[in-house]
Design a protein around this ligand. Structure first.
Ligand code: FAD
Length: 378
């Protein structure tokens, strides 16, 4: 069996890559080890509508659940502030449906998708899979964080996310909870899917995410859990090389999820899309520099923002609850208003800079956090 390209991983990055390659009349096979595209879903489903548009996706009505109206962020002592997110147009989408929608786009372009087929290893002239050997010119690794864990565990955090029904979940309102003792280096979240239902999750370094999430839910009040998932998230930013000879690495497998939130629908999806276009070009030209273009283009778009996000993460990992409580005291209604009116969900270090008070009087944050924050302003 021969395909120009074999892609391991039938999720957002792999499927967008397949869509682009097949759209240029190349033969492409996507193999997915799970039994269904989009399942099991391991995602909160938050994405900007602008990001989806850039990925070439107009969500079907069953894909887009609703638009988020505000995000409320809590300090460990319970103090909070809210950002109005109507202007940023952030959607809560159904990832199972989104992945299926992209699978359909790829299939219509001519891609072949096979579920319950897993990639095993690269061979001399193709790949070995659970269904036998397949010859190909290019192999694309789109296996998500599982591909990275094998190479480097240091950037991985554990996460748990439950789908629940609870009358304290409000449609349109995302909630984020910081507490360095409970969720070190990360946070807990509530993402509504509608009134009274949504996804509640936690991630953090060195914690038992299941116990911590149960405690969180216990405190919040009455609820029914209808689904549980446990998944690793990657917070260390992009790997050094996205292209290694005839292997192209895309999406979370290339570390393309945001280091601050680990959100990757847009940034990992862009990785898949840009890689697909570069591979198509290479298949025509046989010129390896065309493959390298993919890494250049992704970095041009995201490198600066990801570097700042990594700095923001470094700061979060160093500060304690006391410091976070103090920082929250410095956040004024003017700051939240400015963020609500101008900031970008995908390139959000501008919001972090404002929240830390770095634009005006830098002193408070600098005294609390130290010199590192200056680098965020560059
Ligand atoms: C709890 C949680 C909440 C999240 N919430 C958000 C959010 O709200 N917004 C956001 O933007 N991002 C969110 N993310 C991140 C987002 O889900 C990922 O960034 C995105 O799914 C990455 O897409 P991907 O295609 O690179 O990899 P993945 O979606 O991880 O897909 C990898 C695919 O490869 C398959 N695979 C693995 N090994 C093999 C193999 N050997 N052979 C064949 N197939 C294989 C897997 O089954 C899987 O389908 C969240 C992640 C988690 C864990």
């Amino acid at each position: 069996m021969y395909y120009d390209v074999v892609i391991a991983g039938g999720s957002i990055a792999g499927l967008l890559c397949a869509r682009e390659i097949a759209g240029d009349n190349n033969s492409v096979l996507v193999i997915e080890e799970d039994y269904e595209i989009g399942t099991p879903e391991h995602c909160g489903g938050l994405v900007s509508t602008k990001g989806l548009e850039q990925l070439g996706i107009i969500p079907f009505s069953k894909t887009l659940d609703h638009l988020i109206e505000c995000a409320t962020i809590y300090a460990p002592n319970g103090r909070s502030f809210s950002i109005d997110s109507k202007i940023q147009k952030v959607a809560e989408i159904n990832r199972r449906e989104l992945d299926k929608q992209i699978a359909h786009q790829a299939q219509k372009n001519g891609a072949v998708i096979k579920v319950r087929t897993s990639f095993q290893e690269v061979t001399k002239d193709g790949v070995r899979t659970s269904e036998g050997e397949i010859k190909c010119k290019i192999f694309v690794d789109a296996r998500g964080v599982s591909s990275l864990i094998q190479k480097d565990r240091t950037g991985v955090l554990s996460s748990a996310q439950y789908e629940i029904y609870a009358n304290w979940i409000k449609k349109g309102r995302v909630e984020v909870f910081f507490d360095q003792e409970k969720y070190p280096g990360f946070f807990a979240w509530i993402i509504p899917s509608g009134e009274g239902r949504g996804k509640v999750g936690v991630a953090g370094r060195g914690i038992n995410v299941s116990n911590i999430l149960e405690e969180f839910l216990e405190k919040k009040g009455k609820h029914s859990t209808i689904r549980k998932i446990f998944a690793p998230i990657w917070i260390k930013g992009p790997i050094e090389r996205f292209v290694d000879n005839k292997t192209v690495i895309v999406g979370d497998a290339a570390g393309q999820a945001k280091p601050t939130t680990s959100g990757g629908i847009y940034t990992s999806g862009m990785g898949g899309m840009l890689a697909g276009r570069a591979i198509s070009k290479f298949l025509k030209s046989d010129n390896e520099s065309d493959l390298e273009e993919y890494q250049k283009q992704w970095r041009e778009r995201f490198e600066d923002e990801f570097e700042k996000q990594l700095l923001a993460r470094k700061i979060l990992e160093r500060i304690n609850n006391n410091t976070i409580n103090k920082l929250f005291e410095t956040i004024t209604p003017e700051i939240t208003k400015e963020i609500s009116e101008k900031e970008d969900f995908d390139f959000h270090t501008g919001s972090i800079v404002k929240l830390l008070g770095l634009k005006g009087s830098i002193r408070t944050a600098q005294i609390i956090i130290g010199g590192e924050i200056k680098k965020l302003l560059r």
